[in-house]
Design a protein around this ligand. Structure first.
Ligand code: FES
Length: 131
């Protein structure tokens, strides 16, 4: 069991986005940085699951919320509307070698919470080394 101290430090970084019943009505919602995040976030809802990624494409800042979602052999991807780069909704990896920042999502008591993972932006996926 996690200690109370650990639980408090973890919960401090989780931000309440809203009720699952509302957020599951749209495929993507834009969560603005003014709500306490370092950057705007796209909250996707696809096939019963939520995914959170930085809203601006890692390539040149395109609006990922406006991208098409496709299933490539069971892997859900969003395609940036500007240059059509693909990004895995779960990992943020692209076949181009770019890494889109992803954020943790949890559901609790009928609400959606997101935790911003700023560390990932310090460790970009090295181009040409995707397995
Ligand atoms: Fe997204 Fe170029 S800005 S692919």
């Amino acid at each position: 069991m996690a200690s109370d101290k650990e639980e408090k430090s973890n919960s401090a970084t989780w931000r309440l986005i809203g009720p699952v019943t509302e957020l599951s009505k749209k495929q993507c919602r834009l969560i603005y940085s003014s709500q306490g995040y370092d950057s705007d976030i796209c909250l996707f809802y696809v096939r019963g699951e939520f995914y959170a990624l930085d809203a601006r494409c890692a390539h040149s800042g395109g609006p990922l919320c406006e991208g098409d979602i496709e299933d490539a052999d069971g892997v859900l991807q969003v395609f940036c509307p500007w240059h059509d780069y693909d990004f895995n909704l779960r990992s943020g990896k692209s076949s181009t070698g770019l890494q889109q920042q992803v954020h943790e999502v949890k559901l609790e008591d009928g609400s959606v919470y997101v935790r911003h993972s700023s560390q990932l932006s310090l460790q970009p996926f090295p181009p040409g080394q995707e397995s």
